[in-house]
Ligand binder design. Structure first.
Ligand code: PDD
Length: 304
């Protein structure tokens, strides 16, 4: 027999030779980890996830990610097979086992394996959710050169479903958006609704700085309630910066002094070009640069 078809032919250079991953209570080498072909995460994208960053071997804003996970599960009538305390212990153990200094911990909980394909949800008393966690080592995550150069984004229509506040693994359109950006010679894409109103980035929240105010879209079902977004809002207010939570358009963003994105893996990253037009001076601005510094400093201090 030849090697299993699911095994990648070659590992990307950035990938460690072998990681220890966590599946349903067990720590196993990644090549031995197994999830059923009938798992609803695999067949129906019936799963939620979280990405928590690691700096200096410690977790950034774990309580925020755990709270959002609980909310995502509750919105989908899914029961968590693990407690928050257990999840924290698993995160820490994976960071330790894989020697992660800077990187990420990915966590996914699906509605489990009902033993067949069926649209109806299985009885939660009979079928336990599937819990998978793994680490990604990303040396230099905090010292990202993109923070000094800034990134370029394109705008594309937001054709995702209407519950973007739930962090599900339905990431096909965000993946397509990243590919559209790549083909256009850009780094990422911002989703827009009618009238060019920005919802968010493919995997981040979108911000502008205009008229002396920091602007980001208000929370609703239309966007993911970013954990980094919440932290940056809090830190900006603490630093006496004026902030406004409201929608803004691509046109307003192009005419703004600055633009930036936030996410657990990017922290705060300046956007210097939108649809080929420079934002402000076409260089990372002082507000985004300062917010990134404050965010990293505060995150490292509060990491657990
Ligand atoms: N993405 N909006 C979307 C659509 C996202 O997928 C994410 C996170 C965010 C930012 O949320 P947070 O600050 O909590 O990371 C906003 C993660 C990082 C990902 O999919 O890899």
């Amino acid at each position: 027999m030849s090697r299993p078809a699911s095994r990648p032919v070659s590992r990307p250079a950035s990938r460690p030779a072998s990681r220890i991953v966590h599946v349903n209570g067990e720590y196993v080498p990644e090549d031995e980890a197994k999830v059923s072909v009938f798992d609803r995460g695999f067949l129906m994208a019936d799963a939620v996830y979280e990405v928590t960053s690691v700096l200096g071997g410690r977790l950034i804003d774990f309580p925020g990610h755990a709270a959002r996970l609980a909310r995502s599960l509750a919105e989908l009538d899914m029961e968590s097979p693990v407690t928050e305390a257990e999840l924290l212990a698993i995160h820490r153990e994976l960071v330790r086992l894989n020697g992660i200094d800077e990187g990420l911990v990915y966590l996914q909980i699906s509605r489990g394996n009902p033993g067949d394909r069926d649209f109806a949800f299985p009885d939660p008393a009979a079928v336990r959710g599937t819990v998978v966690l793994f680490t990604q080592s990303k040396p230099g995550l905090a010292d990202n050169p993109a923070a000094k150069a800034g990134i370029r984004v394109i705008s594309i229509p937001d054709i995702r479903w209407g519950r973007r506040d739930i962090k599900t693994v339905q990431l096909l359109y965000p993946s397509m958006g990243k590919m559209m950006a790549k083909r256009a010679g850009a780094d990422d894409a911002w989703f827009t609704e009618k009238g060019g109103v920005v919802t968010e980035g493919t995997s981040n929240n979108a911000w502008i700085v205009t008229g002396g105010r920091i602007v980001t879209r208000q929370l609703s079902d239309d966007i993911l309630h970013g954990i980094t977004r919440a932290a940056v809002l809090r830190l900006a207010r603490e630093a006496q910066m004026a902030v406004e939570e409201r929608p803004f358009t691509v046109a307003e963003a192009k005419a703004a002094d600055e633009a930036f994105i936030t996410s657990a893996s990017a922290f705060v990253l300046p956007v210097v070009e939108i649809d080929g037009a420079p934002v402000g001076a076409g260089r990372p601005g002082p507000v985004a640069t300062r917010l990134r510094e404050i965010y990293l400093e505060e995150s490292r201090r509060a990491a657990i």
